[in-house]
Design a protein around this ligand. Structure first.
Ligand SMILES: [Zn+2]
Length: 238
């Protein structure tokens, strides 16, 4: 039973587990993947032959297709920082809405954070979660098995199965860092991992070791009890 530690689970993992499982489920839906594939331009589809052609795909996705949503916005009239409020979403389509407002002139900007893949494909704007959700779907639509990875420290990316190995891919970064640079975050952003998990619709994988050169420190952070077995059980029944 998890009753005694349910608050531990909910605060650290709860909403994220549901969220990433709903994303992983959409990766198995052929109708969704077919629609996503239609957003790819011919120049990408034509050059696409194997994983080597991921390079133009990464370039196109980052530079031509997606827009980055900054975390802070300035009012264009008053030139001052806008105040952020977050409204909770109420459906599987929308997980939350960020509302930016200017206290001086009252203008506001809405940024809906979607869970529904096709809404992200339609709006083409977001931060690492929207980018990796959609990029993962694009790769799956090209028959490259791809899953989503979250570090529980506010960043997520993808892993693709290439030559029978799961390889790090981060569409938000510039190539070559975006491809197979698993230690990048620890070495450049000072990440101190406890759990880095990869989400599939029917499994949960502890991929932390692949992203750290400081495994002993990670183990210390986790304490005596490694929670993976328990987390997997919870994930599978969410
Ligand atoms: Zn204003």
């Amino acid at each position: 039973m998890f009753c005694n530690n349910l608050s531990w689970f909910t605060s650290s993992f709860g909403d994220n587990f549901k969220f990433y499982k709903r994303i992983a489920e959409q990766y198995t839906d052929d109708n969704i993947l077919d629609s996503v594939k239609q957003s790819l331009p011919d120049k990408i589809l034509k050059t696409y032959t194997d994983y080597q052609s991921l390079i133009p795909l990464l370039y196109w996705f980052k530079n031509d297709f997606m827009k980055w949503m900054p975390q802070e916005l300035q009012c264009s009239s008053c030139n001052r920082k806008m105040r952020l409020q977050v409204r909770k979403g109420d459906s599987m389509i929308l997980r939350k809405t960020e509302v930016y407002s200017c206290d001086k002139c009252g203008s506001s900007i809405l940024f809906p954070r979607y869970m529904k893949l096709l809404k992200i494909a339609e709006t083409r704007i977001g931060r690492c979660s929207e980018w990796s959700i959609l990029f993962g779907a694009i790769l799956n639509s090209l028959s490259i098995p791809t899953r989503i990875v979250y570090d529980f420290l506010d960043h997520c990316w993808n892993e693709s199965l290439i030559n029978k190995k799961w390889i790090h891919l981060d569409s938000t970064l510039n190539y070559p860092i975006s491809f197979n640079h698993p230690y990048y975050y620890e070495q450049n952003w000072g990440k101190q991992y406890e759990y880095v998990l990869a989400f599939s619709f029917n499994s949960l994988h502890d991929v932390t070791r692949y992203y750290t050169k400081k495994w002993n420190k990670v183990k210390k952070r986790r304490g005596k009890k490694d929670e993976m077995e328990r987390l997997t059980k919870i994930y599978l029944r969410i």
